[in-house]
Ligand binder design. Sequence first.
Ligand SMILES: *[C@@H]1O[C@H](CO)[C@@H](O)[C@H](O)[C@H]1NC(C)=O
Ligand SMILES: *[C@@H]1O[C@H](CO)[C@@H](O)[C@H](O)[C@H]1NC(C)=O
Ligand SMILES: *[C@@H]1O[C@H](CO)[C@@H](O)[C@H](O)[C@H]1NC(C)=O
Ligand SMILES: *[C@@H]1O[C@H](CO)[C@@H](O)[C@H](O)[C@H]1NC(C)=O
Length: 152
Amino acid sequence: MKFLLYIGALTATLPHVSGSGSTQTVVPACPPQPATPLEQEKIFNAFVNEFNVQKSIPEAFNNYIWVDYIQHNPSVGQGRDAAIAALSGRPRVNTTIVHQAFINNTGFVHHCESSTLLIKIMDAYRMNGSCIVEHWDVIANLTLGEIDPTPL
Ligand SMILES: *[C@@H]1O[C@H](CO)[C@@H](O)[C@H](O)[C@H]1NC(C)=O
Ligand SMILES: *[C@@H]1O[C@H](CO)[C@@H](O)[C@H](O)[C@H]1NC(C)=O
Ligand SMILES: *[C@@H]1O[C@H](CO)[C@@H](O)[C@H](O)[C@H]1NC(C)=O
Ligand SMILES: *[C@@H]1O[C@H](CO)[C@@H](O)[C@H](O)[C@H]1NC(C)=O
């Protein structure tokens, strides 16, 4: 299953899906294949779970991110492997997801990381069909001096 999306949880309208139950075929999310908005949202949520919750780097990126994906964070190079390299060098952090949404081919994750610093992050990811192909983020330190009662 490594590097592949397990389609069993999805409504099976993607190409190359056959069988049912434990015999369902496993189909990679990338390169892009046609996907309904509901399928895209499930794939996006699976990526967020593997990346932000399980911290499965590089698996989450190899499973769901296009090899040539477009990176808008200026401190990270273009493409999937540059993101894996940048993220793999960081110390492990605890993540609290505050908001998560998917609309119009774009997934959003608003989260807070705690390590030696508290950092608030908004990530946006564009999908082409089944595959994540572009990323933007906004990152700031959380000082706890923000407007109460919601520090994020
Ligand atoms: C959906 O996103 C595309 C760009 O990817 C944009 O052109 C379009 O206006 C958006 N539609 C809505 C309803 O937000
Ligand atoms: C993450 O949370 C766990 C459990 O609360 C804690 O033991 C650990 O020190 C935290 N790690 C970081 C890097 O904040
Ligand atoms: C989506 O991917 C397909 C196949 O690689 C490509 O032909 C198409 O131009 C892409 N569309 C967008 C909006 O990125
Ligand atoms: C966040 O805080 C750290 C440690 O104080 C500092 O080095 C860094 O420049 C800050 N980042 C921003 C974007 O203010």
